[in-house]
Design a binder for this molecule. Structure first.
Ligand SMILES: C[S@@+](CC[C@H](N)C(=O)[O-])C[C@H]1O[C@@H](n2cnc3c(N)ncnc32)[C@H](O)[C@@H]1O
Length: 282
């Protein structure tokens, strides 16, 4: 019996609806003139937060397929699409993004959000997304620069009297170990432009950032990162990347000091996501 928890279960919740504002996303779709699609593929659909927001921009009924490697998310996405965008026709299936279970040239739009960051061979996933897209169709790929989230968070910059370099180090070790071990790249937005440019069937690349900036107490952001230090898998990755136990403890204690120091202050907290829009040759 498989008793493991569904992929990304700790990271998929309704806060994702705050990542992109609908007017901003709508303005991107209008600028790129991709407002008239009749079919869409949502790869690594998860709880459907990204796909349903994007689909809500389309008023005419479209056919949407969702695919996820986890049965749990296949089922959850069915609930989400039915509740959020009942005007569209949604079907979900279980499958691996590296081998999409669809014919060539099937969709006007293939999209994913925070999927490639988890994939062992993102190039192959992009190849697959291009393969199932119709000539003249588009790819919409939203992926993060999580280093920004974990290290450059404004809370750190707001307390210049605290030395935060210990944080930079342990997260750099963590990123390195994950990439080497084939768990994916949490900063994949940094390398995606090259990957997309090198695909022979793609014509242009546009990139957009989330426009919403959260303003809040640093406590919340710092607590989220502190809780990461309590996850054995994350600490193991830091150590596999080269961090010592002492460096990890120093980083954790830096976070505690930041949290105390910044109590009752307000800081900005950007969502470090970049949306790449690219088109397949017609
Ligand atoms: C962080 S979630 C993103 C969910 C959704 N796209 C969103 O933005 O809310 C990543 C999702 O990708 C799925 N996933 C991870 N690796 C996959 C793969 N190789 N093929 C298909 N789905 C995958 C996970 O099960 C999970 O549902």
């Amino acid at each position: 019996m498989n008793t493991s928890r569904p992929h990304s279960i700790d990271y998929i919740d309704d806060e994702r609806y705050q990542w992109w504002s609908k007017p901003h996303l709508e303005s991107i779709v209008n600028r790129l003139e991709i407002g008239a699609v009749s079919s869409m593929l949502d790869v690594g659909v998860g709880g459907g937060h990204w796909g349903t927001l994007l689909a809500s921009l389309y008023t005419d009924r479209i056919e949407i397929a969702g695919v996820d490697v986890e049965q749990h998310w296949v089922t959850q996405s069915e609930y989400a699409y039915k509740e959020q965008v009942p005007q569209h026709c949604y079907t979900a299936s279980k499958g691996d993004a590296h081998h999409l279970p669809f014919d060539d040239r099937q969709f006007d739009l293939a999209t994913c959000q925070t999927l490639l960051m988890h994939c062992h061979t993102p190039r192959q996933v992009v190849n697959e997304m291009v393969r199932v897209t119709k000539p003249g169709g588009s790819l919409f790929i939203a992926e993060p620069m999580n280093y920004v989230n974990r290290v450059l968070l404004s809370s750190c910059l707001a307390a210049s009297e605290i030395d935060t370099t210990s944080l930079w180090k342990v997260w750099a070790y963590y990123n390195r170990a994950r990439q080497i071990a084939g768990y994916g790249d949490e900063n994949i937005a940094a390398t995606l432009p090259t990957l997309l440019r090198n695909h022979p069937d793609l014509t242009s690349i546009n990139a957009f950032q989330t426009e919403t900036i959260r303003i809040g107490q640093p406590d919340e952001t710092i607590q989220t990162i502190q809780s990461e230090f309590e996850k054995p898998q994350i600490v193991n990755h830091m150590m596999e990347g080269g961090a010592t136990r002492k460096q990890i403890d120093d980083a954790a204690s830096t976070l505690s000091r930041l949290r105390k120091k910044l109590e009752n202050q307000l800081v900005t907290s950007p969502t470090p996501l970049i949306l790449f829009a690219t088109q397949k040759h017609s």
